[in-house]
Design a protein around this ligand. Structure first.
Ligand SMILES: [Fe+2]
Ligand SMILES: [Fe+2]
Length: 288
């Protein structure tokens, strides 16, 4: 198989509400022009309501490229995450929860992830039962990610799609007190055991754009509020060029979306997206 490049668009934290009709269609149309596939790193909805998912499903009709996504903590809020998952899945999105898929030769392992903190300060399973349960949840998410990677062909370029961060570097900028609720180093472990090209996550609305695992795998925070704030003259998504074919395992940010994109104040989709949740919630860490 000859080597080729797949353009992977990514974003997270859409926080679609019941009143978001029309908010995302121009953005999704733009993504369809700029990329071959789209990956959404969780917080598809604001309160995890089926009605919000139905709005998003309609918005997704503007998207004519294959899409894979994971849920975020907001999608769990109302205890109806299975309904949300099904509605978005019925709209054509491949929903990953410890699963894997291959889109255009790119292997994607997806899991929501969980908190617990990073490095030597990470929460350990000691003491109260509820602390052990908390840690168990993070461990289980890491195991699900590992199982997802195991299902993918080793010849495919591999991407880890998460909502929570596997590293501290991309949550820096958030209040330090909530770092433990923004991700877990336990998610980094399976990433280090597979030839992963790229890690994508959201959740840390005020984090940093880029970091790396201790093994050197690039980690990108693609949270829409962060992208909107950082790239004020571009639409809030990123595009990564991933090589597939004979020699894989490389990825680099593409030359970004076209500079001709309208500025946020002139682009209805940007203005409305910002008001749909992220603007009033600078971060969604800590269960807000
Ligand atoms: Fe979020
Ligand atoms: Fe989140």
């Amino acid at each position: 198989m000859a080597e080729s490049v797949v353009r992977v668009a990514a974003l997270a934290d859409l926080h679609c509400t019941k009143t978001s009709q029309g908010a995302f269609q121009p953005l999704f149309a733009r993504i369809a022009e700029s990329a071959d596939i789209l990956l959404i790193a969780g917080d598809l909805t604001d309160y995890g309501l089926p009605e919000e998912a139905q709005v998003l499903a309609k918005e997704l009709t503007a998207l004519r490229v294959p899409v894979a996504a994971v849920l975020g903590n907001h999608d769990m809020e109302s205890g109806k995450s299975e309904d949300v998952r099904k509605i978005v899945s019925d709209a054509g999105v491949t929903m990953l929860d410890g699963d894997a898929c291959e889109l255009k030769g790119v292997g994607i392992a997806g899991v929501k992830g969980f908190g617990g903190g990073f490095g030597q300060r990470a929460l350990g399973p000691w003491g109260e039962t509820i602390i052990k349960q908390f840690v168990r949840e993070a461990v289980d998410e890491a195991l699900k990610l590992e199982a997802a990677f195991a299902r993918l062909r080793r010849t495919a370029s591999l991407i880890a799609l998460l909502h929570y961060s596997p590293v501290a570097a991309t949550v820096e900028g958030e209040p330090p007190e909530i770092y433990p609720f923004l991700g877990s180093s336990r998610l980094e472990e399976p990433i280090g055991r597979y030839p992963v090209s790229l890690v994508l996550h959201g959740h840390a609305h005020r984090g940093q754009l880029q970091g790396a695992t201790k093994g050197g795998v690039p980690v990108y925070n693609v949270s829409m509020p962060l992208l909107t704030r950082t790239f004020a003259d571009r639409p809030p998504f990123r595009v990564f060029e991933v090589k597939v074919g004979e020699s894989t395992q490389t990825a680099s940010p593409a030359a970004s979306p076209p500079a001709t994109m309208p500025k946020p104040d002139a682009a209805p989709q940007l203005a409305i997206v910002a008001s749909g949740g992220p603007r009033r919630r600078a971060t969604d860490g800590g269960g807000s």
